[in-house]
Design a protein around this ligand. Sequence first.
Ligand SMILES: *Cc1c(COP(=O)(O)O)cnc(C)c1O
Length: 444
Amino acid sequence: MAGWVRKTSRGFVVSEIQVLLESIREAIRNAHAPAVPPVDPESLAQQLETQLSLRLRPTLRPVINATGVVLHTNLGRAPLSAAAQESLSAVSAQYTNLEFDLETGERSHRDKLIESSLKEVLGAEAAAVVNNNAAAIFLILNTLGAGREVIVSRGELVEIGGSFRIPDIMARSGAVLREVGTTNKTRIQDYEAAIGLETALLLRIHPSNYRIRGFTHRPALEELVELARRRQLPLVEDVGSGCLVDLRPFGIREEPLPQESLRAGVDLVCFSADKLLGGPQAGVIAGLRKWVDPVRKNPLMRTFRVEKLIYGALQATLASYRTGRAMEEIPVLRMLSMSRDEIAARSDAFIEKLGPCLPADSSLEIVDGISVVGGGSCPESQLPTRLITVRSGKTSAGRLEQSLRSQDPPIILRIEEDRAVIDLRTVFTHQEETLLAGLRRVLE
Ligand SMILES: *Cc1c(COP(=O)(O)O)cnc(C)c1O
Protein backbone atom coordinates (compact mmCIF):
# COMPACT_ATOMS: atom_id res chain seq x y z
CA MET A 1 0.00 0.00 0.00
CA ALA A 2 3.06 2.25 0.18
CA GLY A 3 2.43 3.40 -3.39
CA TRP A 4 -1.09 4.56 -2.55
CA VAL A 5 0.14 6.30 0.61
CA ARG A 6 2.63 8.26 -1.52
CA LYS A 7 0.00 9.08 -4.17
CA THR A 8 -2.68 10.07 -1.66
CA SER A 9 -2.12 10.24 2.07
CA ARG A 10 -1.75 7.88 4.99
CA GLY A 11 -5.05 8.99 6.53
CA PHE A 12 -6.98 8.33 3.33
CA VAL A 13 -5.51 4.84 2.83
CA VAL A 14 -6.08 3.90 6.47
CA SER A 15 -9.72 4.93 6.34
CA GLU A 16 -10.23 2.94 3.12
CA ILE A 17 -8.66 -0.12 4.79
CA GLN A 18 -11.09 0.30 7.66
CA VAL A 19 -14.01 0.50 5.23
CA LEU A 20 -12.86 -2.68 3.50
CA LEU A 21 -12.33 -4.63 6.74
CA GLU A 22 -15.66 -3.51 8.07
CA SER A 23 -17.43 -4.75 4.94
CA ILE A 24 -15.68 -8.12 5.28
CA ARG A 25 -16.64 -8.38 8.98
CA GLU A 26 -20.19 -7.54 8.03
CA ALA A 27 -20.21 -10.34 5.43
CA ILE A 28 -18.86 -12.79 8.01
CA ARG A 29 -21.42 -11.72 10.61
CA ASN A 30 -24.19 -12.26 8.10
CA ALA A 31 -22.69 -15.69 7.51
CA HIS A 32 -23.32 -15.70 3.80
CA ALA A 33 -20.42 -18.05 3.45
CA PRO A 34 -20.07 -17.90 -0.34
CA ALA A 35 -20.20 -14.12 -0.26
CA VAL A 36 -17.35 -13.75 2.23
CA PRO A 37 -14.31 -12.56 0.30
CA PRO A 38 -10.97 -14.28 0.93
CA VAL A 39 -8.97 -12.65 3.70
CA ASP A 40 -5.38 -13.64 2.95
CA PRO A 41 -3.01 -10.66 2.63
CA GLU A 42 -2.68 -10.92 -1.12
CA SER A 43 -6.35 -10.88 -1.92
CA LEU A 44 -6.95 -8.19 0.70
CA ALA A 45 -4.37 -6.05 -1.07
CA GLN A 46 -6.08 -6.71 -4.36
CA GLN A 47 -9.53 -5.86 -3.02
CA LEU A 48 -8.17 -2.67 -1.57
CA GLU A 49 -6.55 -1.80 -4.86
CA THR A 50 -9.89 -2.17 -6.67
CA GLN A 51 -11.72 -0.25 -3.97
CA LEU A 52 -9.24 2.66 -4.08
CA SER A 53 -9.34 2.90 -7.86
CA LEU A 54 -13.12 2.91 -7.89
CA ARG A 55 -13.28 5.40 -5.04
CA LEU A 56 -11.04 7.84 -6.86
CA ARG A 57 -12.63 7.45 -10.24
CA PRO A 58 -14.36 10.70 -11.24
CA THR A 59 -18.14 10.50 -11.18
CA LEU A 60 -18.28 12.52 -14.40
CA ARG A 61 -16.72 10.26 -16.98
CA PRO A 62 -16.30 10.17 -20.75
CA VAL A 63 -18.56 7.59 -22.38
CA ILE A 64 -18.78 6.15 -25.87
CA ASN A 65 -22.05 7.23 -27.43
CA ALA A 66 -23.03 4.44 -29.80
CA THR A 67 -26.73 5.43 -29.78
CA GLY A 68 -26.68 7.53 -32.95
CA VAL A 69 -28.41 10.34 -31.03
CA VAL A 70 -26.17 13.26 -31.90
CA LEU A 71 -27.30 15.82 -29.31
CA HIS A 72 -27.95 13.40 -26.47
CA THR A 73 -28.92 15.65 -23.56
CA ASN A 74 -28.24 12.89 -21.00
CA LEU A 75 -24.80 12.42 -22.50
CA GLY A 76 -23.91 16.10 -22.33
CA ARG A 77 -25.19 17.38 -25.69
CA ALA A 78 -22.46 18.67 -28.01
CA PRO A 79 -18.93 17.26 -27.77
CA LEU A 80 -16.51 20.16 -28.34
CA SER A 81 -14.20 20.79 -31.29
CA ALA A 82 -10.44 20.35 -30.97
CA ALA A 83 -9.99 24.13 -30.95
CA ALA A 84 -12.55 24.51 -28.15
CA GLN A 85 -10.75 21.83 -26.12
CA GLU A 86 -7.43 23.61 -26.59
CA SER A 87 -8.95 26.83 -25.45
CA LEU A 88 -10.27 25.12 -22.30
CA SER A 89 -6.86 23.89 -21.31
CA ALA A 90 -5.22 27.22 -22.20
CA VAL A 91 -7.50 29.39 -20.08
CA SER A 92 -8.34 27.03 -17.24
CA ALA A 93 -5.13 26.93 -15.23
CA GLN A 94 -3.78 30.40 -15.80
CA TYR A 95 -4.86 33.97 -15.23
CA THR A 96 -6.78 35.50 -18.12
CA ASN A 97 -7.97 38.93 -19.25
CA LEU A 98 -11.56 37.96 -18.46
CA GLU A 99 -12.53 41.45 -17.34
CA PHE A 100 -9.36 43.35 -18.07
CA ASP A 101 -8.75 45.56 -21.09
CA LEU A 102 -5.20 44.79 -22.22
CA GLU A 103 -4.98 48.05 -24.19
CA THR A 104 -6.04 50.52 -21.54
CA GLY A 105 -5.12 48.45 -18.49
CA GLU A 106 -8.55 49.14 -17.11
CA ARG A 107 -11.49 47.06 -16.01
CA SER A 108 -13.55 45.70 -18.85
CA HIS A 109 -16.72 43.65 -19.33
CA ARG A 110 -16.51 39.90 -19.98
CA ASP A 111 -19.03 40.00 -22.84
CA LYS A 112 -16.59 42.22 -24.75
CA LEU A 113 -14.49 39.09 -25.29
CA ILE A 114 -17.11 37.37 -27.37
CA GLU A 115 -19.22 40.19 -28.71
CA SER A 116 -17.14 40.78 -31.83
CA SER A 117 -17.21 37.08 -32.80
CA LEU A 118 -20.95 36.89 -32.24
CA LYS A 119 -21.52 40.12 -34.14
CA GLU A 120 -19.50 38.80 -37.05
CA VAL A 121 -21.26 35.43 -37.19
CA LEU A 122 -24.77 36.73 -36.56
CA GLY A 123 -24.65 40.21 -38.04
CA ALA A 124 -25.97 41.51 -34.72
CA GLU A 125 -25.30 44.94 -33.25
CA ALA A 126 -24.74 43.55 -29.75
CA ALA A 127 -24.66 40.21 -27.96
CA ALA A 128 -24.48 38.75 -24.47
CA VAL A 129 -23.81 35.26 -23.14
CA VAL A 130 -25.57 33.55 -20.23
CA ASN A 131 -25.74 30.05 -18.76
CA ASN A 132 -28.19 28.50 -21.21
CA ASN A 133 -31.11 29.43 -23.38
CA ALA A 134 -33.55 29.06 -20.51
CA ALA A 135 -31.62 31.79 -18.66
CA ALA A 136 -31.56 33.90 -21.82
CA ILE A 137 -35.35 33.84 -22.16
CA PHE A 138 -35.88 34.44 -18.47
CA LEU A 139 -33.56 37.42 -18.46
CA ILE A 140 -35.10 38.93 -21.60
CA LEU A 141 -38.62 38.56 -20.21
CA ASN A 142 -37.65 39.88 -16.80
CA THR A 143 -35.86 42.89 -18.27
CA LEU A 144 -38.26 43.89 -21.01
CA GLY A 145 -41.52 42.38 -19.87
CA ALA A 146 -41.83 42.39 -16.05
CA GLY A 147 -45.17 43.80 -14.93
CA ARG A 148 -46.40 43.99 -18.52
CA GLU A 149 -47.76 41.65 -21.18
CA VAL A 150 -45.88 39.42 -23.56
CA ILE A 151 -47.82 38.16 -26.56
CA VAL A 152 -47.22 34.53 -27.59
CA SER A 153 -49.07 32.23 -29.97
CA ARG A 154 -50.88 29.30 -28.34
CA GLY A 155 -49.12 27.01 -30.78
CA GLU A 156 -45.71 27.99 -29.42
CA LEU A 157 -46.00 27.44 -25.66
CA VAL A 158 -43.25 24.87 -25.66
CA GLU A 159 -41.97 22.61 -22.91
CA ILE A 160 -38.32 21.63 -23.18
CA GLY A 161 -37.53 18.65 -20.98
CA GLY A 162 -39.67 18.73 -17.86
CA SER A 163 -38.77 21.79 -15.91
CA PHE A 164 -38.62 24.31 -18.71
CA ARG A 165 -42.06 25.48 -19.76
CA ILE A 166 -42.61 28.86 -21.33
CA PRO A 167 -45.69 29.74 -19.22
CA ASP A 168 -43.84 28.89 -15.98
CA ILE A 169 -40.70 30.81 -16.95
CA MET A 170 -42.87 33.73 -17.97
CA ALA A 171 -44.68 33.74 -14.62
CA ARG A 172 -41.42 33.67 -12.69
CA SER A 173 -40.00 36.47 -14.80
CA GLY A 174 -42.83 38.75 -13.72
CA ALA A 175 -44.15 39.13 -17.26
CA VAL A 176 -47.78 38.37 -17.96
CA LEU A 177 -48.42 35.81 -20.66
CA ARG A 178 -50.94 36.96 -23.24
CA GLU A 179 -51.79 33.91 -25.33
CA VAL A 180 -53.23 34.50 -28.77
CA GLY A 181 -54.69 32.32 -31.51
CA THR A 182 -55.29 28.61 -31.11
CA THR A 183 -53.09 25.54 -30.90
CA ASN A 184 -53.13 24.97 -34.65
CA LYS A 185 -53.86 28.38 -36.14
CA THR A 186 -52.63 31.79 -35.13
CA ARG A 187 -52.94 34.71 -37.52
CA ILE A 188 -51.17 38.04 -37.55
CA GLN A 189 -54.54 39.68 -36.72
CA ASP A 190 -54.60 37.73 -33.44
CA TYR A 191 -51.35 39.37 -32.39
CA GLU A 192 -52.54 42.77 -33.51
CA ALA A 193 -55.84 42.52 -31.65
CA ALA A 194 -54.01 41.67 -28.42
CA ILE A 195 -51.69 44.69 -28.51
CA GLY A 196 -52.56 47.30 -25.94
CA LEU A 197 -51.05 49.74 -23.48
CA GLU A 198 -49.79 46.85 -21.37
CA THR A 199 -47.92 45.12 -24.20
CA ALA A 200 -44.17 44.89 -23.65
CA LEU A 201 -43.10 42.71 -26.55
CA LEU A 202 -44.02 40.08 -29.08
CA LEU A 203 -42.41 36.68 -28.52
CA ARG A 204 -41.98 34.05 -31.20
CA ILE A 205 -40.73 30.63 -30.14
CA HIS A 206 -39.41 27.89 -32.36
CA PRO A 207 -41.32 24.66 -31.69
CA SER A 208 -38.00 22.79 -31.40
CA ASN A 209 -39.22 19.41 -30.25
CA TYR A 210 -42.67 19.11 -31.82
CA ARG A 211 -44.56 19.97 -34.98
CA ILE A 212 -48.17 20.92 -35.53
CA ARG A 213 -49.37 19.40 -38.79
CA GLY A 214 -52.54 19.54 -40.82
CA PHE A 215 -54.96 22.47 -40.60
CA THR A 216 -52.45 25.04 -39.39
CA HIS A 217 -51.30 28.60 -39.75
CA ARG A 218 -48.44 30.56 -38.31
CA PRO A 219 -47.68 34.12 -39.44
CA ALA A 220 -44.58 34.61 -41.57
CA LEU A 221 -41.71 36.20 -39.70
CA GLU A 222 -41.95 39.22 -42.02
CA GLU A 223 -45.55 39.84 -40.94
CA LEU A 224 -44.53 39.85 -37.30
CA VAL A 225 -41.63 42.18 -38.05
CA GLU A 226 -43.94 44.57 -39.86
CA LEU A 227 -46.44 44.51 -36.99
CA ALA A 228 -43.79 45.02 -34.33
CA ARG A 229 -42.29 47.96 -36.25
CA ARG A 230 -45.65 49.60 -36.85
CA ARG A 231 -46.66 49.30 -33.20
CA GLN A 232 -43.15 50.13 -31.99
CA LEU A 233 -42.72 46.98 -29.95
CA PRO A 234 -39.66 44.76 -29.71
CA LEU A 235 -39.97 41.40 -31.45
CA VAL A 236 -38.04 38.65 -29.64
CA GLU A 237 -37.46 35.21 -31.15
CA ASP A 238 -36.33 32.13 -29.27
CA VAL A 239 -34.82 30.17 -32.15
CA GLY A 240 -33.92 27.22 -29.92
CA SER A 241 -30.96 25.47 -31.42
CA GLY A 242 -28.61 28.16 -32.66
CA CYS A 243 -28.25 26.47 -36.01
CA LEU A 244 -25.84 28.75 -37.88
CA VAL A 245 -25.49 26.85 -41.14
CA ASP A 246 -28.09 25.57 -43.57
CA LEU A 247 -28.46 21.87 -42.74
CA ARG A 248 -31.21 21.16 -45.28
CA PRO A 249 -28.88 19.20 -47.55
CA PHE A 250 -28.53 16.73 -44.67
CA GLY A 251 -32.24 16.32 -44.06
CA ILE A 252 -32.53 18.85 -41.23
CA ARG A 253 -35.32 21.21 -42.21
CA GLU A 254 -37.30 23.92 -40.53
CA GLU A 255 -34.47 25.07 -38.27
CA PRO A 256 -34.48 28.87 -38.14
CA LEU A 257 -31.08 30.50 -38.58
CA PRO A 258 -30.64 33.29 -36.02
CA GLN A 259 -28.67 35.45 -38.45
CA GLU A 260 -31.57 35.24 -40.93
CA SER A 261 -34.08 36.19 -38.26
CA LEU A 262 -32.00 39.23 -37.36
CA ARG A 263 -31.65 40.15 -41.02
CA ALA A 264 -35.41 39.84 -41.40
CA GLY A 265 -35.83 42.46 -38.68
CA VAL A 266 -36.22 40.54 -35.40
CA ASP A 267 -34.98 42.81 -32.61
CA LEU A 268 -33.56 40.16 -30.32
CA VAL A 269 -32.85 36.46 -30.78
CA CYS A 270 -31.80 33.91 -28.19
CA PHE A 271 -30.61 30.33 -28.53
CA SER A 272 -28.57 27.51 -26.95
CA ALA A 273 -24.88 27.16 -27.75
CA ASP A 274 -24.73 23.42 -27.09
CA LYS A 275 -27.36 22.20 -29.53
CA LEU A 276 -26.86 22.47 -33.31
CA LEU A 277 -24.27 25.21 -32.83
CA GLY A 278 -22.00 22.55 -31.37
CA GLY A 279 -20.41 24.55 -28.55
CA PRO A 280 -20.38 24.55 -24.74
CA GLN A 281 -23.52 24.95 -22.64
CA ALA A 282 -24.48 28.61 -22.90
CA GLY A 283 -27.31 30.86 -24.00
CA VAL A 284 -26.75 33.63 -26.52
CA ILE A 285 -28.77 36.84 -26.63
CA ALA A 286 -28.15 38.95 -29.73
CA GLY A 287 -29.71 41.83 -31.58
CA LEU A 288 -30.16 45.57 -31.28
CA ARG A 289 -27.95 47.28 -28.73
CA LYS A 290 -30.90 49.19 -27.30
CA TRP A 291 -32.40 45.86 -26.15
CA VAL A 292 -29.22 43.91 -25.36
CA ASP A 293 -27.84 46.65 -23.10
CA PRO A 294 -30.72 46.72 -20.61
CA VAL A 295 -30.71 42.90 -20.47
CA ARG A 296 -27.01 42.99 -19.68
CA LYS A 297 -27.54 45.63 -16.99
CA ASN A 298 -30.25 43.61 -15.26
CA PRO A 299 -28.96 42.85 -11.74
CA LEU A 300 -29.97 39.21 -12.29
CA MET A 301 -27.35 38.99 -15.06
CA ARG A 302 -24.87 38.26 -12.29
CA THR A 303 -26.70 35.06 -11.44
CA PHE A 304 -26.68 33.84 -15.02
CA ARG A 305 -23.25 34.88 -16.18
CA VAL A 306 -20.76 32.32 -17.41
CA GLU A 307 -17.14 31.82 -16.51
CA LYS A 308 -13.95 32.10 -18.53
CA LEU A 309 -13.99 28.48 -19.73
CA ILE A 310 -17.25 29.07 -21.56
CA TYR A 311 -16.04 32.24 -23.25
CA GLY A 312 -12.93 30.39 -24.41
CA ALA A 313 -14.78 27.35 -25.75
CA LEU A 314 -17.56 29.40 -27.34
CA GLN A 315 -15.15 31.73 -29.06
CA ALA A 316 -13.12 28.81 -30.43
CA THR A 317 -16.33 27.19 -31.70
CA LEU A 318 -17.46 30.42 -33.36
CA ALA A 319 -14.05 30.75 -35.01
CA SER A 320 -14.84 27.64 -37.08
CA TYR A 321 -17.94 29.40 -38.44
CA ARG A 322 -15.98 32.60 -39.14
CA THR A 323 -13.36 30.73 -41.16
CA GLY A 324 -15.92 28.63 -43.02
CA ARG A 325 -14.57 25.42 -41.47
CA ALA A 326 -17.54 24.59 -39.25
CA MET A 327 -18.69 21.52 -41.19
CA GLU A 328 -15.25 19.92 -40.87
CA GLU A 329 -14.24 21.09 -37.40
CA ILE A 330 -17.36 20.93 -35.27
CA PRO A 331 -18.11 17.35 -34.21
CA VAL A 332 -21.90 17.78 -34.14
CA LEU A 333 -21.93 19.07 -37.71
CA ARG A 334 -19.49 16.38 -38.84
CA MET A 335 -21.76 13.70 -37.40
CA LEU A 336 -24.97 15.17 -38.77
CA SER A 337 -23.54 15.48 -42.26
CA MET A 338 -22.07 11.97 -42.34
CA SER A 339 -23.64 10.06 -45.22
CA ARG A 340 -25.19 6.63 -44.97
CA ASP A 341 -22.44 5.35 -47.28
CA GLU A 342 -19.69 6.70 -45.05
CA ILE A 343 -21.25 5.02 -42.02
CA ALA A 344 -21.79 1.83 -44.02
CA ALA A 345 -18.10 1.68 -44.93
CA ARG A 346 -17.08 2.21 -41.31
CA SER A 347 -19.55 -0.41 -40.08
CA ASP A 348 -18.31 -2.96 -42.63
CA ALA A 349 -14.70 -2.42 -41.61
CA PHE A 350 -15.72 -2.58 -37.96
CA ILE A 351 -17.42 -5.96 -38.11
CA GLU A 352 -14.66 -7.31 -40.26
CA LYS A 353 -12.28 -6.61 -37.37
CA LEU A 354 -14.65 -7.87 -34.73
CA GLY A 355 -16.15 -10.86 -36.52
CA PRO A 356 -13.29 -13.36 -36.50
CA CYS A 357 -12.73 -13.13 -32.74
CA LEU A 358 -16.32 -13.75 -31.77
CA PRO A 359 -17.61 -16.91 -30.12
CA ALA A 360 -19.74 -19.02 -32.44
CA ASP A 361 -22.97 -18.31 -30.57
CA SER A 362 -22.90 -14.56 -31.19
CA SER A 363 -23.80 -12.83 -34.42
CA LEU A 364 -23.36 -9.45 -36.02
CA GLU A 365 -25.41 -7.96 -38.78
CA ILE A 366 -25.57 -4.62 -40.55
CA VAL A 367 -29.02 -3.23 -41.25
CA ASP A 368 -30.59 0.05 -42.37
CA GLY A 369 -31.68 2.39 -39.62
CA ILE A 370 -32.22 5.97 -38.55
CA SER A 371 -30.04 8.27 -36.45
CA VAL A 372 -31.67 11.13 -34.57
CA VAL A 373 -30.60 14.72 -34.02
CA GLY A 374 -31.81 14.72 -30.39
CA GLY A 375 -31.47 17.45 -27.77
CA GLY A 376 -35.07 18.45 -28.40
CA SER A 377 -34.28 19.48 -31.98
CA CYS A 378 -35.68 18.48 -35.34
CA PRO A 379 -38.21 15.82 -34.22
CA GLU A 380 -39.00 14.92 -37.81
CA SER A 381 -35.52 14.76 -39.27
CA GLN A 382 -34.50 11.26 -40.17
CA LEU A 383 -30.86 10.67 -40.85
CA PRO A 384 -30.41 7.39 -42.75
CA THR A 385 -27.69 5.26 -41.22
CA ARG A 386 -26.37 1.70 -41.07
CA LEU A 387 -26.71 -0.04 -37.72
CA ILE A 388 -24.61 -2.89 -36.39
CA THR A 389 -26.86 -5.31 -34.55
CA VAL A 390 -25.25 -7.50 -31.96
CA ARG A 391 -26.70 -10.75 -30.69
CA SER A 392 -25.24 -13.10 -28.15
CA GLY A 393 -26.25 -16.71 -27.66
CA LYS A 394 -25.51 -16.39 -23.94
CA THR A 395 -27.36 -13.25 -22.88
CA SER A 396 -30.34 -11.08 -23.76
CA ALA A 397 -30.08 -7.70 -25.50
CA GLY A 398 -30.86 -6.04 -22.18
CA ARG A 399 -28.01 -7.81 -20.38
CA LEU A 400 -25.67 -6.99 -23.24
CA GLU A 401 -26.58 -3.31 -23.03
CA GLN A 402 -25.99 -3.41 -19.28
CA SER A 403 -22.60 -5.11 -19.56
CA LEU A 404 -21.43 -2.64 -22.17
CA ARG A 405 -22.59 0.21 -19.93
CA SER A 406 -20.39 -1.12 -17.14
CA GLN A 407 -17.23 -1.11 -19.26
CA ASP A 408 -14.55 1.50 -18.73
CA PRO A 409 -15.23 3.80 -20.53
CA PRO A 410 -18.93 2.95 -20.51
CA ILE A 411 -20.39 2.08 -23.91
CA ILE A 412 -23.93 3.36 -24.38
CA LEU A 413 -26.12 1.86 -27.07
CA ARG A 414 -29.73 1.45 -28.11
CA ILE A 415 -32.03 -1.55 -27.93
CA GLU A 416 -34.29 -1.89 -30.93
CA GLU A 417 -36.71 -4.76 -31.48
CA ASP A 418 -34.90 -6.77 -28.84
CA ARG A 419 -31.52 -6.29 -30.46
CA ALA A 420 -28.58 -4.30 -29.19
CA VAL A 421 -27.71 -1.83 -31.96
CA ILE A 422 -24.64 0.29 -32.55
CA ASP A 423 -24.72 3.42 -34.66
CA LEU A 424 -21.19 4.51 -35.55
CA ARG A 425 -22.41 8.00 -36.51
CA THR A 426 -21.82 9.23 -32.95
CA VAL A 427 -18.70 7.16 -32.25
CA PHE A 428 -15.46 9.02 -32.89
CA THR A 429 -13.02 7.07 -35.06
CA HIS A 430 -10.46 7.24 -32.25
CA GLN A 431 -12.95 5.38 -30.02
CA GLU A 432 -13.49 2.46 -32.37
CA GLU A 433 -10.66 0.34 -30.95
CA THR A 434 -11.99 0.79 -27.42
CA LEU A 435 -15.48 -0.08 -28.61
CA LEU A 436 -14.13 -3.21 -30.29
CA ALA A 437 -12.28 -4.29 -27.17
CA GLY A 438 -15.35 -3.69 -25.00
CA LEU A 439 -17.56 -5.73 -27.32
CA ARG A 440 -15.06 -8.60 -27.40
CA ARG A 441 -14.89 -8.71 -23.60
CA VAL A 442 -18.64 -8.69 -23.24
CA LEU A 443 -19.38 -11.30 -25.91
CA GLU A 444 -16.69 -13.77 -24.85
C1 LIG B 1 -33.61 23.94 -26.06
C2 LIG B 1 -34.53 25.07 -26.03
C3 LIG B 1 -34.61 25.88 -24.90
C4 LIG B 1 -33.81 25.62 -23.67
O1 LIG B 1 -32.46 25.78 -23.94
P1 LIG B 1 -31.35 25.33 -22.86
O2 LIG B 1 -30.10 25.87 -23.48
O3 LIG B 1 -31.41 23.86 -22.78
O4 LIG B 1 -31.69 26.01 -21.59
C5 LIG B 1 -35.48 26.94 -24.94
N1 LIG B 1 -36.24 27.18 -26.02
C6 LIG B 1 -36.19 26.42 -27.12
C7 LIG B 1 -37.09 26.74 -28.27
C8 LIG B 1 -35.32 25.34 -27.17
O5 LIG B 1 -35.26 24.58 -28.27
